[in-house]
Ligand binder design. Structure first.
Ligand code: CTP
Length: 205
């Protein structure tokens, strides 16, 4: 199971809260896993990318839908959460377009899908991999995130640099597994995905 892309949290029929995630790294990981012969489901938020071959794709818009589709996809052996899930949604969805005199919107926190998977005792995937999109103190913040969410590995990426991360074809990541840190130097997201998929498969050998 791979989650990818952003989610969109609607404020009213035409406005939403979201982020700039293209979904590319997740699509590439799903593609690599499928190429290595792993039966793969990709749960994707809004993305313009083409469906990878031999991958079962489920398209969603909101974090709630992504969570519900994740539950439906269980049980799985491997979960890779690359999605840039929008952390909050408006408390109230307005059915009519909001007029410009409204200046405040109350927000509610969305469920954390990675944390749910990692703490799901009855159907916990054998390997749960998270991503940590950070703009500063990359490794420190990523390690804290790994501990907080109880995933097995966390893959840290620096999203403050334009040439890697969100929207780019390239990425540079650090895979944190316990005290081990493996750096994958700047490379096409497809090559980074291949390395991640290979490492995942090797961990089952
Ligand atoms: N994640 C998730 N569900 C959420 C939020 C995040 O599954 N509601 C997952 C992401 O897919 C990623 C990891 O958690 O694997 C970390 O996401 P990130 O956006 O880096 O961190 P947040 O938990 O949102 O924390 P913060 O925004 O405070 O850095």
């Amino acid at each position: 199971l791979v989650t990818a892309g952003p989610t969109k949290e609607y404020i009213d029929p035409i406005r939403f809260i979201s982020n700039n995630s293209s979904g590319r790294q997740g699509y590439e990981i799903a593609n690599s896993l499928a190429k290595f012969g792993i039966q793969t489901t990709l749960i994707s938020g809004p993305s313009t990318l083409k469906k990878p071959e031999n991958v079962n794709i489920v398209k969603v818009e909101t974090a709630k839908e992504m969570y519900e589709e994740t539950i439906k996809a269980l049980p799985v052996d491997i979960a890779v959460c690359t999605a840039a899930v929008t952390d909050f949604r408006p408390e109230k969805y307005e059915k009519e377009k909001i007029k410009k005199n409204i200046l405040n919107i109350n927000l509610k926190q969305n469920i954390d899908i990675l944390e749910f998977l990692s703490k799901n005792n009855s159907q916990r995937p054998k390997l749960v991999v998270g991503f940590a999109a950070e703009t500063s103190n990359i490794l420190k913040n990523a390690k804290e995130k790994k501990n907080r969410k109880h995933c097995d590995w966390i893959i840290a990426n620096d999203v403050s640099k334009k040439e890697i991360g969100f929207g780019s074809e390239y990425n540079k990541v650090s895979i944190i597994n316990g005290d081990q840190i493996e750096i994958i130097e700047k490379n096409l997201k497809s090559n980074v995905a291949n390395k991640i998929a290979k490492k995942i498969i090797d961990s089952f050998a």
